[in-house]
Design a protein around this ligand. Structure first.
Ligand code: NI
Length: 156
């Protein structure tokens, strides 16, 4: 299964649309978001293609009830769950997660720094960088293959 990974989209509808176009082209079956959607209207945009979205809240997601009303699968971080036979650990702040939890994961996805990072191993570490592009002007996302456990960054 191919998965689209996002973080820190921060209300940027333009880059959200571009990321989704890329995900559709790649045939992703699920989107994982490491937090900081910000306003519910941004969540609405993320859900438009009808692809399943699993996410966690970030520090800028003040409107939690509004976000959750749109997407039931937005959780408090850290959130460990199974997808296509793999244990996925999804969070916003990487530093706040206990080592014991990280050890249970095949893939560890986080955001907040707005800087992309992929580190192979067990788990596979993925920060897709900032989808919103506000900080560094280089909006990015990641594509993750859950069969081969490979991931790469895409600039959008
Ligand atoms: Ni943040």
């Amino acid at each position: 299964m191919k998965v689209g990974v996002l973080a820190d989209s921060h209300d940027n509808l333009n880059t959200i649309k571009k990321a989704l176009e890329r995900f559709i082209k790649e045939g992703v079956e699920c989107i994982l978001h490491a937090g900081d959607y910000v306003a519910p209207f941004a969540m609405k945009e993320l859900l438009k293609p009808g692809i399943r979205l699993v996410g966690v809240f970030g520090n800028n997601d003040g409107e939690k009830p509004g976000l959750r009303e749109l997407c039931k699968e937005v959780h408090e971080p850290p959130y460990l769950f199974e997808l296509a036979g793999r244990n996925i650990l999804l969070t916003h702040y990487r530093e706040k997660v206990r080592e014991k939890l990280i050890k249970q994961a095949d893939v560890f996805i986080y955001g907040h720094t707005h800087e992309f990072e992929i580190k192979e191993g067990k788990p596979l570490y993925i920060n897709p960088g900032e989808c919103g592009g506000w900080l560094f002007g280089r909006p990015s996302a990641a594509i993750l293959n859950l069969e081969s456990l490979e991931a790469h960054v895409v600039f959008i």
